[in-house]
Design a protein around this ligand. Structure first.
Ligand code: CDP
Ligand code: CDP
Length: 223
C-alpha cells in the first residue's frame, strides 16, 4: 500500500489576521505539527534585548546569533523552539518585543539563522508520525516552503485586526509592524503567487477554518 501523503500547509498574513488561531485548530483536526514562526522571531528578539544587542550593531548581532543553539520541544502538537535549551517566556508577547521584533526580523542574518531550522521541522513532524505540518508566519509560502501542498494567505481589514487584538487585551503596534514587514528587502510579507487568498474581515474563525479544511481534506484524501 502507498504511504499516506505528508502535507505541508503554509499560512501567511499580517498581524492578527488569524494565523495562529486557525493553524492550531487545523493541527488538531488533521493531526499536523503546529509551528508558529512568529514566536521564533519573538524569542530571538527577547534574547537579543536581554543580552543588550541592538539591531543596529551588526557585528555584535552576528556574534550573538553564531553562538545561539536552537532545539525543539514538542508540546501536544506544537513545536516550541528552545534557545540554548531555554523555552520562550511570556515576555515574547510584551509591548517591548512587539516594538522591536520587526526591526530584528528585517535583518538577513537573523532570517538566515532560522531558515534551515524551520525547514528541518518537517523531519521532526515525520519522526513524531504526524500527517504533516502547518507553519504560519510571513514568508512560509514564499521562501520557507514554496512547494507546500497548501499555501494560504489571510487578509483582514486593519481596523478589524486592531479590534481583534484589543479584544485579547493586548497592546500591539500592528500597523507599524505591517509597514516594516511589507517594506523590508529580505522576505517581505506578501501574498505568494498561487497562494489561496482568504479575506476574513467578515468571517468568523470557524468559517475561515472550514474553508481551509475543505482544501486540506482533498490533499490528504487517498488518491
Ligand atoms: O501574532 P502576530 O501576527 O502579531 O505576529 P507574529 O506572527 O508573532 O510575528 C511577530 C513578528 O515576527 C512579525 O511582525 C514579523 O516581523 C516577524 N516574522 C517574520 O518576519 N517572519 C515570519 N515568518 C514570522 C514572523
Ligand atoms: O496569529 P495572528 O496574529 O495572525 O492572529 P491570531 O492571534 O490567531 O488571531 C487574533 C484574534 O482574532 C484571535 O483572538 C482570534 O480568535 C480572532 N479572530 C480570528 O482569528 N479570525 C476571525 N475570522 C475572527 C476573529
Amino acid at each position: 500500500m502507498a504511504n499516506p501523503p505528508f502535507l505541508i500547509v503554509a499560512i501567511d498574513g499580517g498581524a492578527a489576521s488569524g494565523k495562529s488561531s486557525s493553524a492550531r485548530l487545523l493541527a488538531d483536526r488533521f493531526d499536523l505539527l503546529h509551528v508558529d514562526t512568529g514566536s521564533f522571531y519573538r524569542h530571538i528578539t527577547a534574547e537579543l534585548l536581554r543580552r543588550g544587542v541592538p539591531s543596529s550593531d551588526l557585528k555584535a548581532l552576528q556574534a550573538a546569533l553564531a553562538a545561539m543553539q536552537f532545539s525543539t520541544q514538542i508540546e501536544g502538537r506544537s513545536a516550541r523552539m528552545l534557545i540554548d535549551g531555554q523555552p520562550a517566556g511570556d515576555e515574547i508577547r510584551s509591548e517591548e518585543v512587539n516594538g522591536h521584533v520587526s526591526h530584528y526580523a528585517a535583518i538577513p542574518e537573523v532570517r538566515q539563522k532560522l531558515l534551515g531550522y524551520q525547514r528541518g521541522l518537517a523531519d521532526v513532524a515525520r519522526q513524531h508520525r504526524l500527517r504533516g505540518l502547518v507553519m504560519e508566519g510571513r514568508d512560509i509560502g514564499s521562501v520557507i516552503f514554496p512547494d507546500a501542498g497548501c499555501r494560504f494567505f489571510l487578509h483582514a481589514d486593519p481596523l478589524e485586526r486592531a479590534k481583534r487584538r484589543a479584544a485579547e487585551g493586548r497592546q500591539d503596534s500592528i500597523a507599524e509592524r505591517d509597514r516594516l514587514d511589507t517594506s523590508r528587502k529580505t522576505s517581505p510579507l506578501k501574498c505568494p503567487s498561487g497562494a489561496i487568498d482568504i479575506d476574513s474581515t467578515h468571517l468568523t474563525l470557524a468559517q475561515v477554518v472550514e474553508q481551509m479544511s475543505a482544501i486540506i481534506a482533498t490533499k490528504l484524501a487517498p488518491a
